[in-house]
Design a binder for this molecule. Sequence first.
Ligand SMILES: NC(=O)c1ccc[n+]([C@@H]2O[C@H](COP(=O)([O-])OP(=O)(O)OC[C@H]3O[C@@H](n4cnc5c(N)ncnc54)[C@H](O)[C@@H]3O)[C@@H](O)[C@H]2O)c1
Length: 329
Amino acid sequence: MESILVSGGAGYIGSHTVKTLLEQSYKPVVLDNLVTGHRQSVPRDVPFYQGDIADSRLVRKVVEQERISAVIHFAARSLVGESAEKPDLYFEENTAKTNRFVSSLLEAGVKRIIFSSTAATYGIPEEVPIPESAPTTPINPYGFSKLMIEQSFSWLEKAYGLEWIALRYFNAAGAALDSSLGEDHFPETHLIPLILKTALGQRETISIFGTDYSTPDGTCIRDYIHVLDLAKAHILALEALGKGIGSGVYNVGTGSGYSVREVIETARLVTGRGIPVLESPRRPGDPDILVAKVEKIQHSLGWTPQYSSLEQIIKSAWAWHLGHPNGFE
Ligand SMILES: NC(=O)c1ccc[n+]([C@@H]2O[C@H](COP(=O)([O-])OP(=O)(O)OC[C@H]3O[C@@H](n4cnc5c(N)ncnc54)[C@H](O)[C@@H]3O)[C@@H](O)[C@H]2O)c1
């Protein structure tokens, strides 16, 4: 069984990936400082190291002790608004710490890494669907902190033979089909959990920020990807690297998008509950449409989304929220 180190494995996407790795007969090992993650989201029989990715001694120890052959690196801060207020925190937590993490991995002999990047590396796109070759001009420090990592990886590849794939996720959503795992961020900033918290009566309204965008119903359109499809993309990327596909950047999305109003309407149908809406002004920096061009990952990694219809995403997320109205607590 191949041992895969999952940094941030107690987080939302990380914990679903740990579950998928187990189902596919890998041995996941989690390194997480629990700054935003939940210990309860990692099964007790999965080796769990509570610590920081920047702790070189710990990273080298884990690699040696657990015979790690590759890494899936989720650990990061990912609040766009917070990154605008504290850019230095994001450059430290995301960029600088990842650099230290990768140095420790290379010293310990691990060269294969799958990295959580983001559509925020593109900024305001000139063309939609957005191809991987589009210009990368992030409009917030979060996106920039991730872009710097992608760029640094090219140099580490030349110098030390790092083999890397950066997956630029669009909007991760949904929950495990058995409702054992789901999305529990604090603070929550993502649309679907916020809508479902409104359906549960934990919030009075769901805000729509801007109703005058250049889209058919005036609200922003985003590309939603089921967290299980996302988890699968990491494993395919890992296997492709192992077979020598070469390093690079891949979008992970479905290639089509839904407007905020469509997401709310689907949530009303799935939950059977009224979801009051508050129409609010636009927020700065929200592009009209963000949808991924997905031919590259489909052709090169053989990845196709299985669970990412909007209805399936919301159904699985709703089952999780109903069963865990207060998250993992
Ligand atoms: N959720 C999305 O839609 C989305 C979209 C694009 C990219 N991403 C990226 O995917 C990754 C996972 O996102 P998520 O939504 O699961 O976030 P999350 O906050 O749920 O998970 C992050 C995990 O990393 C851990 N962590 C953070 N800093 C750490 C450090 N220095 N050392 C050790 N552990 C640390 C946290 O405790 C947490 O368990 C992040 O890198 C994020 O930027 C997420």
